[in-house]
Design a protein. Structure first.
Ligand SMILES: Nc1nc2c(c(=O)[nH]1)N[C@H]1C(S)=C(S)[C@@H](COP(=O)(O)OP(=O)(O)OC[C@H]3O[C@@H](n4cnc5c(=O)[nH]c(N)nc54)[C@H](O)[C@@H]3O)O[C@H]1N2
Ligand SMILES: Nc1nc2c(c(=O)[nH]1)N[C@H]1C(S)=C(S)[C@@H](COP(=O)(O)OP(=O)(O)OC[C@H]3O[C@@H](n4cnc5c(=O)[nH]c(N)nc54)[C@H](O)[C@@H]3O)O[C@H]1N2
Ligand code: SF4
Ligand SMILES: [Mo]
Length: 699
């Protein structure tokens, strides 16, 4: 098998084990399980900081399938006469620096947008954002924008830190776990099975707020199957019951919060039955959920994309934060508000400055002191004006944004309103993609550079509960592919006037610089991390870092956090008669833009392509049977997928995964953005659904 895989040159009878196993971190989700090469092109879980018993999920077990896959890019590609053709590294890098150099000369550095990668290491992302800023622009963002940017905005605003307030370990101590808009049983399987589920088995109440019944619901005591886009109605109703039934923590409200009287007056006007009706749920179930949450000694909130990916995503999280603050569930073990982060380094990509408005360590670009500290290290001061977010930038491609450097992201599949994204990419003067595969985004690129997969790199990643862990190589690079860090530093040396700023002995030296620049990583070291972890904010004295945030004071530096008045915001798409709501998301076996998971035969064998969940009554009305091909359409376009007729989804709502369909599911999603965080509304679109034959007849 090894012989037929791309870039691997051994003969057929070579021993299949080509690499020494070394403890590293799973490339998929933000839980951060440790794995290593187990021979025979498979990964095995090894005891690590998160998965103490070496437990992993099916994706972790399949992590090697893409590493030596035939489809791996093994040489640079450049566009000649409209086609991507093989080229030398010299030529490809020259084209990048000449074309982007020209854009900078003619239009200034703000005409270039950098896409950082949540799939890549802290060191790689640190160098990418440094490249942008040394070039003179803050136009750098990562797909946290599409993911938890609204969570980060609301939590930073209220509490002073946009990350899990607590740890996976101490989630296990909760008496009640309130899961809002997340499906951790499928998306964060080891966090769910090894931390949440044991708490539930010990008697904790699990509340699941999700339109659908899924694997998380199976373990839940209370399910609130709300209509997509009605989280504020539901959460305000829960808050109203907490106040009405006197389940609030008076001492905590007094000492640690501000604005209770205002919020209480606002909630007095909330009619629980009316809000329940708008959300499509039973008011008694809302009351039961509020009682379970309010009466628990320790209640933890877990939040995901169902909360964050709305044009009111930031407000949704504000409404959720109110519940924790009203009941004093902050600053103690087993409590808090816990966003489960997406990829294995989406937390780190943001921590190290892969965002347009903050420097490494979340200090604002307009903070002069922070800029000066960075300048002392870099020899160049970063610009003061915040840059563009990803989707904002895409909207401006061909206007004031003329070039893009896309590192380990696939926006042609994963940004909303995909047909508009595709034409936007074609309006660029120059686009360079650094990836493992010839992606849908690479189809619009002028230069495609073959990077390194997770198993071929050294560096660190930061998991969902703020633990920095080390990646170690378990495989050789295929063909002429290069390490991502080497590619980025090579571009930095060619493109900027500060080549010395991109000379490093290796990732450990980059990490050292990061710990000097980003205060939250201050004191960490490669050696100190070892096979374990160091957690931010890192206090060198106690060896591992701070577990529970906001214990005495909030990370804002304040003793109190404000309570917020939040009013419902209707979704951008209004439903016409006969239209259904489409919400999108994931399943256990598949991953994001599908580039990694589609390369695993075993994952694909467990479950096939994208499918549209639709209620039996909605299906029957349209003459749709289970397994039929259906056309899902709206004013933005049309997509064909298989129908999965199931009563696990409410009437009027459909759900589709966004991993594989062609054209992509994001053809249907809208690109109106949350005004604070710039996150799109992936979780609510209006669509018509019809059987494919009827659709063909109509055409
Ligand atoms: N297997 C697998 N695991 C993954 C990923 C993957 O692609 N596959 N991706 C990783 C990434 S990048 C991320 S960000 C995380 C995401 O992890 P999750 O947040 O769990 O992901 P989603 O499936 O997008 O959305 C969660 C749930 O929100 C529900 N939902 C939809 N609309 C609404 C709504 O309006 N309100 C509420 N309350 N709920 C709603 C959906 O039914 C869905 O079950 O997973 C990570 N882990
Ligand atoms: N409809 C809909 N759309 C969504 C969402 C949704 O719920 N619904 N969720 C959104 C969310 S939460 C997210 S996070 C985004 C994800 O959006 P993306 O980040 O665009 O998607 P990914 O598939 O995670 O990864 C992108 C690319 O990274 C490459 N890659 C992986 N590892 C490496 C590496 O080590 N080096 C290099 N150079 N490249 C690498 C992969 O081959 C892939 O092409 O999608 C968003 N889009
Ligand atoms: S739970 Fe996440 S980190 Fe752990 S093995 Fe599965 S995908 Fe990898
Ligand atoms: Mo994500």
């Amino acid at each position: 098998m090894a012989a037929e895989r791309g870039g691997v040159t051994e003969p057929n009878d070579a021993p299949d084990r080509r690499f020494e196993p070394e403890q590293t971190v799973c490339p998929f989700c933000g839980v951060g399980c440790t794995i290593e090469y187990a021979g025979n092109e498979t990964a095995t879980g090894v005891s690590g900081p998160v998965n103490a018993r070496g437990e992993i999920c099916p994706k972790g077990a399949a992590a090697f399938d893409m590493v030596a896959h035939d489809d791996r890019l093994t040489e640079p590609l450049v566009r000649d006469d409209g086609r991507l053709v093989a080229a030398s590294w010299e030529e490809a890098l020259d084209r990048v620096s000449e074309a982007i150099g020209r854009v900078v000369d003619e239009h200034g550095p703000d005409a270039v947008q950098f896409f950082a990668s949540s799939n890549c290491t802290n060191e790689e992302n640190y160098v990418l954002q440094k490249l942008a800023r040394v070039l003179g622009t803050n136009n750098v963002d990562n797909c946290a924008r599409l993911c938890h940017s609204s969570t980060v905005a609301a939590m930073s605003d209220r509490l002073g830190a946009g990350a899990m307030t607590n740890t996976l370990d101490d989630l296990g101590e909760a008496d009640c776990v309130f899961v809002n808009g997340a499906n951790p049983a499928e998306q964060h399987p080891v966090a769910f099975r090894s931390y949440v589920l044991p708490a539930v088995q010990n008697g904790a109440t699990l509340i699941h707020v999700d339109p659908r019944e899924n694997d998380t619901t199976t373990a839940a005591d209370v399910h609130l199957p709300l209509r997509p886009g009605t989280d504020i109605e539901l959460l305000n109703a829960v808050a109203a019951v907490l106040v009405e039934a006197d389940l609030v923590d008076r001492a905590f409200l007094e000492d640690r919060t501000a604005g209770f009287d205002r919020l209480r007056d606002h909630l007095a006007a909330v009619d629980v039955a009316e809000n329940a009706d708008r959300a499509g749920v039973d008011p008694e179930t809302i009351r039961a959920a509020a009682r379970a949450y309010g009466e628990a000694d320790r209640a933890a909130i877990v939040t995901g994309m169902g909360t964050s990916q709305h044009r009111c995503g930031t407000d949704n999280v504000h409404a959720l934060l109110n519940l924790a603050l009203l009941t004093g569930n902050v600053g103690r073990r087993g409590t808090g508000v816990n966003p489960l982060r997406g990829q294995n380094n989406v937390q780190g990509a943001s921590d190290v400055g892969g965002l347009p408005s903050v420097l490494p360590g979340y200090e604002s670009v307009d903070d002069e002191e922070a800029r000066e500290r960075v300048a002392a290290e870099w020899g160049v001061e970063p610009p003061e004006e915040p840059g563009l977010t990803e989707v904002e930038a895409t909207h401006r491609f061909g206007d004031d944004v003329r070039a893009a450097v896309v590192f380990g992201e696939n926006p042609a599949v994963t940004e909303p309103n995909a047909s508009a994204v595709a034409s936007a990419f074609d309006r660029l003067d120059h686009c360079v993609v650094i990836d493992l595969f010839e992606t849908a985004t690479a189809a619009h690129a002028d230069v495609v550079l073959p990077g390194s997969a997770w198993a071929e790199k050294t560096g660190t990643v930061t998991n969902t509960d703020r633990r920095v862990m080390r990646m170690r190589p378990n495989a050789d690079l295929p063909g002429d592919a290069r390490r991502d860090l080497d590619i980025l530093t090579a571009i930095g040396r060619r493109l900027t006037d500060h080549p010395d700023a991109f000379e490093y002995d290796g990732p450990h030296e980059v990490f050292g610089e990061l710990t000097r620049v980003a205060p939250i990583y201050d004191g960490m070291s490669y050696d100190g991390i070892g096979d374990g972890y160091q957690r931010w904010p890192f206090a060198a004295e106690d060896g591992t870092g701070t577990d529970v945030l906001h214990a005495e004071t909030f990370a804002t530096g304040e003793q109190t956090a404000p309570l917020s008045i939040v009013d419902p915001v209707p979704p951008a798409d209004e439903l016409e008669p006969d239209e259904l709501t489409l919400t999108t998301g994931r399943v256990l076996q598949h991953f994001n833009s599908g580039e990694l998971s589609r390369r695993s035969e075993r994952l694909m064998a467990m479950r096939g392509e994208d499918a549209l969940q639709i209620h039996p009554d909605d299906a029957a009305e349209r003459g749709i049977e289970d397994g039929d091909r259906v056309r899902v359409s709206n004013e933005r376009g049309a997509v064909t997928v298989a129908a999965d007729v199931t009563a696990t989804i409410p009437r009027g709502v459909t759900f589709c995964t966004f991993h594989y369909a062609d054209p992509v599911i994001n053809t249907l999603t809208g690109d109106e953005l949350d005004p604070v965080a710039g996150i799109p509304e992936f979780k609510h679109s209006a669509v018509a659904v019809e059987p494919i034959d009827a659709a063909a007849d109509a055409d």
